[in-house]
Design a protein around this ligand. Structure first.
Ligand code: HEC
Ligand code: HEC
Ligand code: HEC
Ligand code: HEC
Ligand code: HEC
Ligand code: HEC
Length: 425
């Protein structure tokens, strides 16, 4: 795959100017010298700081200075694994090094699924400062392991918290506040009644009936027996029951129009529509196997290691890779286990467009279930759709027999496509 690193190279050269101001001329010379002698100037704070800034701006999206794999390998100990000259040529242009046939370069390129690392237009001093920072970071980590790991984890956790969780949090808070308000109301009302009672009892001459009312005790059984309360309770019960049934029906995904919120705001309209990325690029097994498959985070990274890296939604993909957790897409289409459906049979053999069954996916911001996916839906199409038997010797005899006995086209159904055993195990 050819990827353009224009943005990278530009960012890198801008960074080069900034950092050269940070490093004093003496320090830069020192760094170059250290590189040629093989040792790295880890004691020189100016070089380490300049290296840290360069690393954070240019490398940290794909590498940790520790041992975690993000997109590329963790760089801790890289100065021990590799020769300095090798590292310099790799960082300047890894593709050139790979193409030159360098065994180490080819090996690591293959190990990381041939993901191209961008080229960086850095001076030797700058590269040395980055490598020095990596070395110093490892030494630091050894000193303050606990502090370091706490700090490193915090941003990941923030990004990982999804919007649904946040809304759920708000609802909880609102609920608690409402309950508090209710308690305050009840207490106030109780206070008012007792005040009124005291007032009436002490200051007034009451007749017998009024006295009875004032001193009446609160009777729970009356509330319980009241028609209004009973109706209300029944109503709440029915609503809760309906809600539960609805939810569980949604859960097994047999609802037409089902459109759950996904953990990342991934848009088919943008990817399959505007950018016209082929469905099979992401749903890579749809033409050759039963299932269409949902793309892994690595497939997203083929592009998003370069595109829109700063977007919070894209950062969720990075978090998934960093923490080695798959993105938890909510499944939309889901036939019950008792039925058998095979994608390649329909897309490859039958030549049916995705849109016939899934609707205008390339216009959907959020995917929803377009077809009912009921048995009747499958069978109707099998009855109506003629089989493409042209030039397929296997069908010649069958079509001949069919035409002798019936006027209609040779459909999927004529070929046995409505037999129970074709769709049921
Ligand atoms: C877009 C992602 C990306 C960026 C940005 C990136 N790298 Fe890499 N890097 C990789 C990948 C992926 C590999 C593994 C080899 C391959 O597939 O090309 C790698 C490999 C390496 C290696 C070899 C590691 C080893 O174990 O031998 C070094 C060194 C390295 N990168 C340094 C850097 C430095 C320094 C920067 C910043 C100036 C940087 N990389 C920026 C993706 C990236
Ligand atoms: C860039 C990658 C990408 C491309 C291109 C793409 N998809 Fe998807 N597709 C996904 C991801 C990720 C999901 C899961 C998240 C979601 O439902 O939005 C998905 C979900 C789906 C689903 C719902 C799956 C379920 O849960 O039942 C269907 C159907 C689908 N895609 C069809 C298509 C069709 C048809 C095309 C071409 C017009 C297409 N996709 C192109 C990545 C892609
Ligand atoms: C073949 C390249 C390609 C692949 C693969 C790809 N994307 Fe994209 N993605 C793009 C392009 C191009 C854009 C639009 C960028 C723009 O408009 O600036 C984009 C935009 C996005 C955005 C919107 C970002 C924003 O904040 O505006 C999200 C979210 C996204 N992609 C998620 C994904 C996910 C999740 C996957 C993997 C299932 C994926 N993409 C795979 C090319 C790709
Ligand atoms: C004949 C109708 C039909 C066609 C054509 C079709 N699908 Fe599907 N698709 C289904 C059904 C039915 C399911 C549910 C399968 C299940 O639950 O086992 C499904 C499920 C999916 C899923 C969810 C994951 C999975 O494998 O279950 C994706 C993604 C998907 N289809 C993508 C596509 C793409 C991309 C195309 C076109 C290349 C396509 N489909 C063509 C009927 C179809
Ligand atoms: C849009 C039309 C359409 C829909 C909807 C559809 N199918 Fe099909 N199906 C076809 C066609 C066309 C073929 C024949 C493909 C070929 O062999 O050329 C076929 C073939 C099959 C076969 C193989 C039949 C045989 O004789 O070998 C099975 C099994 C099957 N479909 C199951 C299903 C199931 C299950 C569903 C519903 C979830 C479904 N289909 C929905 C059009 C459809
Ligand atoms: C073209 C494919 C296809 C054929 C042929 C087919 N079925 Fe089905 N059947 C399905 C699918 C898909 C479902 C699941 C539908 C749903 O969940 O609404 C299903 C569901 C069922 C169910 C379960 C209904 C339920 O409520 O769970 C039974 C029972 C059943 N089929 C019996 C049969 C019998 C008997 C035959 C033969 C006369 C047959 N089917 C032929 C696709 C088919």
């Amino acid at each position: 795959m050819v990827v353009s690193f224009g943005a990278y190279a530009q960012g890198a050269s801008e960074q080069a100017e900034v950092s050269q101001k940070g490093v004093t001329p003496g320090a830069t010379e020192g760094a170059a010298e250290a590189a040629s002698t093989g040792g790295l100037p880890v004691e020189d704070a100016a070089i380490v700081d300049a290296g840290e800034a360069l690393f954070k701006d240019n490398c940290a999206v794909c590498h940790s200075a520790g041992t975690d794999v993000i997109v590329g390998p963790g760089l801790q100990g890289v100065n021990g694994r590799r020769d300095q000259a090798w590292l310099h040529s790799w960082i300047k242009n890894s593709q050139a090094l790979i193409q030159s046939g360098d065994a180490e370069a080819v090996a690591i390129y293959n190990e990381y699924n041939k993901q191209a690392m961008p080229s960086f237009n850095f001076s030797d001093a700058e590269i040395t400062s980055i490598l020095t920072y990596i070395e110093a970071a490892a030494a630091n980590e050894a000193v303050q392991t606990t502090v370091g790991s706490d700090v490193a984890q915090a941003p990941g956790e923030n990004v990982g918290q999804d919007a649904i969780g946040a809304v759920g949090g708000y609802l909880d808070i609102i609920l608690v506040v409402l309950i508090l308000v209710l308690i305050v109301l009840v207490v106030t009302l109780l206070l008012i009644t007792s005040l009124l009672k005291n007032y009436l009892n002490s200051n007034r001459k009451l007749n017998e009936y009024d006295e009875q009312v004032v001193n009446q005790r609160f009777d729970f059984s009356k509330v319980y027996k009241s028609k209004a309360v009973r109706t209300l309770v029944l109503l709440i019960f029915v609503v809760v029951l309906l809600d539960l049934t609805w939810d569980s029906a949604m859960g097994i995904g047999i609802q037409q129009g089902y459109k759950p919120k996904q953990p990342i705001a991934f848009s088919h309209k943008l990817h399959a529509g505007e950018h016209q990325i082929d469905c099979g690029y992401c749903h890579s097994t749809v033409y050759k196997s039963k299932s269409a498959s949902i793309p892994s985070a690595n497939i997203c990274m083929n592009c998003h290691s370069q595109i829109q890296k700063e977007s919070p939604e894209i950062q969720k993909i990075y978090t998934a890779l960093e923490t080695n957790q798959p993105i938890e897409w909510v499944r939309i289409h889901n036939l019950p286990d008792l039925s058998y459906f095979n994608h390649s049979q329909h897309t490859q053999v039958g030549g049916i467009e995705c849109q016939t069954c899934h609707g205008p996916i390339q216009e959907m911001e959020v995917v929803y279930q377009y077809s009912p996916l009921t048995m009747g839906w499958c069978i109707d199409c099998h009855r109506e759709t003629p089989l493409n038997t042209e030039g397929n010797g296997y069908y010649d005899k069958l079509v001949e027999i069919h035409e002798a006995s019936s006027k209609g086209a040779f459909t999927v159904s004529s070929n046995g496509g409505t037999e129970c055993s074709k769709c049921h195990y």
